[in-house]
Write a protein that binds this ligand. Structure first.
Ligand SMILES: [Zn+2]
Length: 168
């Protein structure tokens, strides 16, 4: 089960990744790495939280599932860095975000967030393959050190037979 991630972006608020608990406060932007069910737990077409950002393929998948999705559903282009701004009671907050191919499933991305809080990479369900990464590693990932790396290690738990079988 994916619990999602809350990432503070300074004193103004936070952004979330694959996190759909309505009790979260001061969420300025919500990001979805991909449309697998374990990353959608808590999300529905009645979502009225922060604007939701994802890849264009994930956006299309969500709209097939929930044609009447209520909240702003904004697609980001792969490998394109954008700056998002949000007004808060204390001033404007900004974050720079770059979605990168996660090599996982249709529309799956990692998100690189940059701002006064540092450089933060959220990997979602990325799949590491040495040959793939040699040819496709985006230079932005190696242009500067990361301050924080979020890895989903759900299946690294000893209870998961999946890993046991895969590495025998
Ligand atoms: Zn997945």
């Amino acid at each position: 089960m994916v619990n999602g991630t809350v990432i503070p972006v300074g004193s103004f608020g936070c952004l979330t990744v694959d996190y759909w608990k309505r009790s979260a406060t001061n969420v300025l932007w919500a990001f979805l790495t991909h449309a697998h069910a374990d990353h959608l737990q808590g999300l529905s077409d009645t979502w009225t939280g922060a604007p939701l950002y994802c890849s264009s393929a994930t956006r299309e998948l969500l709209l097939v599932r929930w044609p009447d999705f209520r909240a702003p559903l904004i697609s980001l282009e792969l490998d394109e860095t954008v700056i998002l701004r949000a007004a808060t009671p204390y001033g404007h907050a900004t974050v720079q975000v770059t979605p990168l191919n996660a090599n996982h499933c249709l529309g799956a991305v990692m998100f690189l967030f940059e701002g006064p809080f540092g450089r933060v990479l959220h990997c979602g369900d990325f799949r590491w393959e040495q040959e793939y990464q040699k040819e496709n590693l985006h230079p932005i990932l190696t242009s500067a050190p990361l301050d924080v790396l979020y890895l989903d290690n759900t299946y690294a738990h000893p209870r998961c037979a999946l890993l046991d079988d895969a590495f025998r």
